[in-house]
Write a protein that binds this ligand. Sequence first.
Ligand code: FRU
Length: 540
Amino acid sequence: MQLKISRLLFIFNISLLATVVSCKKTEADGTITIASKEINSFDSITIYKESFRPQFHFSPEKKWMNDPNGLVFYKGTYHLFYQYFPSDIVWGPMHWGHATSKDLIHWENKKIALYPDKLGYIFSGSAVVDINNTSGLGTIENPPMIAIFTYHNMEIEKAGKTNTQSQGLAYSLDEGQTWTKYKGNPIIGNNSLKDFRDPKVFWNPETKIWNLALVAGDHARFYSSKNLINWNYMGQFGKNSGAHGGVWECPDLFKLKVENSTVEKWVLLISINPGAPNGGSGTQYFVGDYDGKSFKTNQKDIKWVDYGTDNYAGVTYNDAPNNERIFIGWMSNWLYARNTPTKNWRSAMTLPRKLSLEKIGDNYVLKNSPIQQLKTIIIPEYSEELLTIQANKKIVFEYNHLNQSQIDFKALAKNLKLTFSNEVNDSLVLIYDHKMNTFSIDRTHSGLVNFEANFGKSIHKTETPNLTTETLNYQIILDWSSIEIFLNGGVYSFTEQIFPNKPYTKLSIQSDEDQEIKNLNISKIKSIWETNSTSKTTKN
Ligand code: FRU
């Protein structure tokens, strides 16, 4: 190997207040090991310090969470509501939990926003700010925040009828702190449909009227309204398009500019469960045109927002600054969401991600990658301009922060294998196979996998025809029980849960071809829940 010790200095941040020692050794087989020794393991029951607890992803202080709901930005604050069951760590009568953020990185836990009532549990939905008070529920001086959600009525379900789901409205006159249910609920009734839910309300900038998309089993339906209360059915999409391995859920519909062009397209997100490429739940998307009534697309293939197993029910912010389209998904999968080995709480959200649209060949590709603000909690610890790796030799980094880290680099578009491991032989393996044009994630030996039959069953392999560049950009983010991988700025993203028995402490990089790694950075990511961070918890 051609490495010089002087170029392998770790850059340590003194704010870590920990003794870190680095050393390098070359073994007989040519393996180079670069080591940093510092022990950091969370194994206590203090809230936000439990085993597997994400340190910079949002997770509720305690109990069960699923879909993100009501994502809206208002007066400098990002609101995140979510499907919440405050009495257990499995799914139950749904409430809307609530958290807020000024930067989408640090979160403040708020009081529960919506409780079930006689019309039903509060299922997924969305929120807008009714800035012109079209609903009349506030005033021009103090416009109402409006949430539109699905009621799921258990009495109707128990009576054996299908029309369990209808759409309800609630409003807040104090910037989302407290909510009042609208007296005329439901605002969109249901006579017969079994699946009729997850309304996404938005202001249509083209037709200048409120629009709403919801799902009805195997298709999406579109509505419009002048006042957010009375809705007219306009059209539907999807019976014969896209993936139908499971029921359609959690739609979103928005316009995006195609990068490097003046063209704008509408993007429709549809989550389906089951039927995702690697099993269970996943989110597909369609790129096309929408005129306020119907959505049309020429798209023949099925496209997925994320090719990992754990990014579901993701939707985007209304009214985000600078017209940005920010997406948050639920970092789990209905296959095993109820069985994951955490205590006190269950599941987390993905990092907030910026969506963009790129035309690659004839193909519109929806890219997603972490928002820029993530940089504010990244502590660079090691960087290297160029590493050359000879065929069948490996470079091993020994590093105790791997479970709370970002690894980013560029590599030639050639075979590459990355292995994260620990002293108890857990290993998480990522492989880019250039000839086959596939990327695979093998979590079968990544740690605890037997808590549910499907979790560690198979290697997840994805075809990657849209990786067309000569060097590939890798951005990999680990946060104790998750890994998020972004290739070429999110042309492909993969999100997976992992439950290592011990923190990963080694990363090996190897290839069966000569490889070049450029601009490698290994960074620690700060916890957002430590006492000096601005994240806060508020007891309900
Ligand atoms: C998606 C979903 C939604 C529903 C909610 C219930 O994960 O099934 O369709 O509104 O969860 O919690």
